[in-house]
Design a protein around this ligand. Structure first.
Ligand code: PLP
Length: 416
């Protein structure tokens, strides 16, 4: 029996890029372990980081009172009060943000935080402006209202023979009365771009001028996990909403995100949590709280997590350069943060989705670029010429995967 569905229900439950990506990721990490998983944004299993979380889990389990509270109690919908207090102090001292626990709301992962925020500011004719496409695939099916994204293609700066960088095209950026919020991911998933401090300040000033918030999705950024290789600074004020996540610290299974916003918005996010899920998963908050209280978390990010990904990134981009050197007209986006290489194949004879399927046949999972260019007003050839390649899997798998990717790309250009 095929029951009638609402437009919103249909939108949320239909096949989507994020569903395909998460299915590929889930299968690659569980049932189909032979596949080389270079698709999703799963964090790497970094031994020193895993040891920290194991130690914290042991501490919790050995403390009957603490584990009892974690397992047996619902927290308030805004999050665990003690965690929120420690986090507010941490953000004040490490980022200089003037926040208290009233500016914070924990959510069931950053993804859910974005779902709440994007729907809080869109609908009834209000729209969300995404000023730099390509942008995170995870937003594309989130809005209850159809056609509520206004998306702008990035401006391309070519650098040398094989690099490029995206910029916000401020000259063509119009903010109409119907715009309810501006949203960017920084570092940007998929491109590894990090919007410059100047770009962020200009976007924040535009938001303030129009009386709307600028949402900065900071899943990979400062202060944690701090996977930013440029000198970009964290930025927050009462017109800015930051979303943070524990996932890229190696804790995606705890499903913990944090919204940092003015008190009214933080309160509304907590209210949405109560409606959608009563309370949040509190395990991740309990694991991380002690590390917020000294400089342990910052040290872990500065001394272990960032150097780990920086080294990985250098290896992966060098390997891809050597695989593609010769006649392939390729460019890599400057790798400024996050976990990905963003490969642009100019004049690619097939679409990047077809290339993704060919690579899947050969046992390598990547993400086709098409998914990250949604709701554009005009067709853009560039959107069918890019691949997102994650380098978080073990070294030998990444090396093998990049070898297969290079080989398949050469075949495609040879017409094979
Ligand atoms: N935002 C960006 C840019 C991401 O890449 C991700 C996950 O990959 C998320 C948000 C959501 O992450 P989580 O819900 O695990 O916090």
């Amino acid at each position: 029996m095929d029951f009638q569905r609402s437009p919103f229900g249909e939108k949320l439950s239909q096949p989507s890029g994020i569903l395909e990506l998460m299915n590929d990721l889930g299968e690659g990490l569980t049932t189909n372990r032979d596949a080389i998983m270079m698709g999703g944004g799963n964090p790497a299993q970094i031994p020193k980081v895993q040891e920290v979380w194991r130690e914290q889990a042991r501490r919790l389990v050995d403390d009957a009172n603490a584990i009892g509270n974690v397992l047996a109690n619902y927290d308030p919908p805004s999050g665990n009060p003690a965690f929120l207090q420690s986090l507010a102090t941490f953000l004040k001292s490490h980022c200089g943000w003037q926040v208290t626990e009233k500016n914070l709301a924990v959510t069931m992962g950053g993804q859910t935080g974005l779902f709440f925020l994007l729907n809080l500011f869109s609908g009834g004719g209000r729209k969300i402006l995404l000023p730099l496409m390509p942008e995170y695939i995870g937003y594309s099916n989130q809005l209850a209202d159809p056609d509520a994204f206004v998306t702008h293609p990035a401006k391309l700066e070519l650098r040398g023979d094989h690099r490029f960088k995206y910029h916000v095209d401020f000259e063509s950026l119009e903010i109409g009365d119907d715009i309810g919020a501006i949203c960017v991911s920084r570092p940007t998933n998929p491109s590894a771009n990090v919007l410059t401090d100047d770009e962020i300040q200009r976007l924040a000033a535009l938001a303030e001028e129009h009386g709307i918030p600028l949402i900065i999705d900071n899943a990979y950024g400062h202060p944690f996990p701090g996977v930013i290789f440029s000198d970009a600074k964290p930025f927050w004020n009462s017109h800015v909403i930051q979303t943070l996540s524990l996932s890229k610290l190696g804790l995606p299974g705890t499903r913990t995100g944090i919204v940092v916003a003015n008190e009214d918005i933080a309160g509304r996010i907590a209210a949405m949590t109560a409606v959608a899920g009563l309370a949040n998963n509190n395990f991740g908050q309990a694991l991380v709280k002690p590390l917020l209280e000294g400089d342990q978390l910052i040290k872990l990010c500065d001394e272990v997590i960032r150097p780990y990904y920086a080294k990985r990134c250098e290896f992966a981009s060098g390997k891809l350069d050597s695989e593609l050197s010769g006649d392939i007209p390729y460019r890599l986006h400057e790798t400024e943060g996050a976990f990905f290489l963003w490969l642009w194949l100019e004049d690619l004879p097939i679409t990047s989705r077809e290339l993704y399927l060919r690579l899947k046949e050969r046992g390598v999972i990547v993400v086709p670029g098409e998914y990250f260019f949604y709701d554009l007003k005009e067709d853009w050839q560039h959107q069918r010429q890019c691949l997102r390649i994650s380098y978080t899997q073990p070294h030998d798998r990444v090396e093998k995967g990049l070898g297969l990717i290079g080989d398949e790309i050469k075949k495609v250009y040879q017409g094979l």
